[in-house]
Ligand binder design. Structure first.
Ligand code: EPZ
Length: 419
């Protein structure tokens, strides 16, 4: 397994280009199941999670060809409707094939994703919504077995604004008979991106990005070519890196509208932020103010930026409180940061952080995608050497992160760990 070794302390400066968004590409690729034909996806990030969903689709008879950041998919010969445990276990977002399979094949057999490092990750809201659309849902031997002769439009109120739940139900409803209204829908930019692709395919969706999404079922959809939106979490990770290391980074081809909560909080820490036509420029340096954050559904502060922001607060002046309101176990990175000298106390879903003058490099272990990004950030600012193991977590959601940081002046390299 690879490791990443970092010599910390260098202020990072220069320009970095953000890759396509993993959490936009995954539902969009799943949506290709909805109709037979040739799709082209551009600006697709090269990530393990993208490999996983491509492998899942090809096991169902879909032809997938990846050429760098362009993916060609031909769904004409889709001939299976099952997402096996081995696949879903590795990547829970595989659950996103459930809605489209049900809509196209009238049945689906998808392994229950099970929990992951950050929480139990139930899918009850997905399943309740599908049964309201008329699907017959059975759970047996760890699998969801869903079937429906014809899905019918319905009014669905989501107890929580679930991101993949909103996406699954939107995809299931586009070919249903009649109108579906999703209330308390998730508002993340990736939802609007998916709706944009589905409408280009001939769907009739209004309100994506707002809490009420109306989907009028249509008879037919056509394959399309589309471009994946930039990854707002990758962009945010680089913005925090600039503030953290006292650097000056221009984060290019990101969409600042998708980063308002983070920009607002970074400005309060004292970072200088300039929103430009070609990206967002972030200048650190000087005192880092302590700032409290509470993670919330979009457009609130994103839970996927919580671990990264915690590193910034661990070397800020004074006390801050970070409240994690989305996932029940998303402080796993704390124990690793404490080994690097961070002064953090956990109480329930709150982390109390007392800023320290310096973190110190140490051997640490990545546990989940965003936690591993926070360990890279900590290594970049720590005094001395940090060696991060299990970086396969990082490869799930960041394209060549160590290369991008090296181009910004970091002393960082990836090595093959001794077996
Ligand atoms: C999506 O996960 C993202 N993944 C996550 O990103 C992100 O952290 C999360 O949204 C929140 O923004 C993808 O888009 C592939 P949820 P998702 O359903 O859809 C509860 C990353 O690092 N819930 O919005 O699984 C759930 O337990 C990943 O890229 C139910 O109770 O998140 C959680 O507490 C990590 N029942 C809350 O809702 C359900 O049926 C939000 O979960 C569904 C969700």
């Amino acid at each position: 397994m690879d490791e990443i070794i970092i010599e910390g302390g260098t202020p990072l400066s220069g320009e970095v280009s953000v890759s396509g968004a993993k959490n936009a590409a995954l539902p969009m690729i799943a949506a290709s199941i909805l109709t037979g034909g040739k799709f082209t996806f551009r600006n697709v990030p090269v990530l393990r999670d993208i490999d996983s969903i491509e492998r899942l689709l090809s096991d169902m008879g879909v032809a997938v060809e990846t050429l760098g950041n362009t993916v060609h998919i031909d769904t004409a010969d889709l001939n299976r409707f099952e997402a096996p445990y081995e696949q879903v276990r590795q990547m829970r977002a595989s659950i996103l094939v459930l809605g489209p399979l049900l809509a196209r094949m009238k049945k689906a057999r998808v392994s229950l994703p099970g929990g992951c490092a950050i929480g139990a990750r139930p899918i009850d809201l997905h399943l309740n919504g599908l049964s309201l659309l008329g699907a017959d849902i059975k759970l047996s031997h760890g699998y969801v077995e869903a079937s429906a002769k014809k899905l019918k439009g319905a009014e669905i109120y989501l107890d929580l604004p679930t991101v993949t739940g909103t996406e699954n139900l939107m995809m299931a409803a586009v070919l249903a008979d009649g109108v579906t209204i999703l209330r308390n829908a998730a508002r993340e930019p990736e939802i609007a991106a998916l709706a944009g692709m589905l409408n280009k395919m001939g769907a009739d969706i209004k309100g994506a990005g707002s809490p009420i999404i109306t989907i009028c079922g249509v008879k037919k959809l056509k394959p399309v070519s589309t471009v994946v939106i930039p990854d707002r979490i990758e962009a945010g990770t680089f913005m925090v890196a600039a503030a953290l290391t006292g650097g000056d980074i221009l984060v290019k081809n990101c969409n600042p509208d998708h980063l308002q909560a983070l920009i607002h909080k970074l400005e309060k820490t004292g970072a200088k932020i300039q929103v430009r036509d070609d990206g967002v420029r972030v200048k650190g340096g000087g005192r880092i103010n302590s700032v409290d954050i509470r993670t919330l559904p979009y457009p609130g502060f994103p839970t996927d930026m919580q671990a990264q922001f915690m590193v910034l607060m661990s070397v800020a002046n004074g006390f801050s409180v970070i409240s994690e309101n989305i996932f029940e176990n998303r402080f796993i990175h704390v124990s690793e940061l404490q080994r690097m000298g961070a002064d953090i106390t956990i109480s329930g879903n709150h982390a109390m952080i007392k800023g320290v003058p310096k973190l110190s490099g140490a051997p640490v272990m990545a546990t989940d995608l965003r936690a591993s990004a926070s360990l890279v950030l900590a290594g970049l600012v720590a005094k001395g050497t940090t060696r991060i193991s299990r970086v396969y977590h990082l490869d799930r959601g960041y394209e060549a992160l160590e290369k991008k940081f090296a181009r910004l002046g970091a002393t960082i390299k990836r090595v093959r760990a001794k077996a």
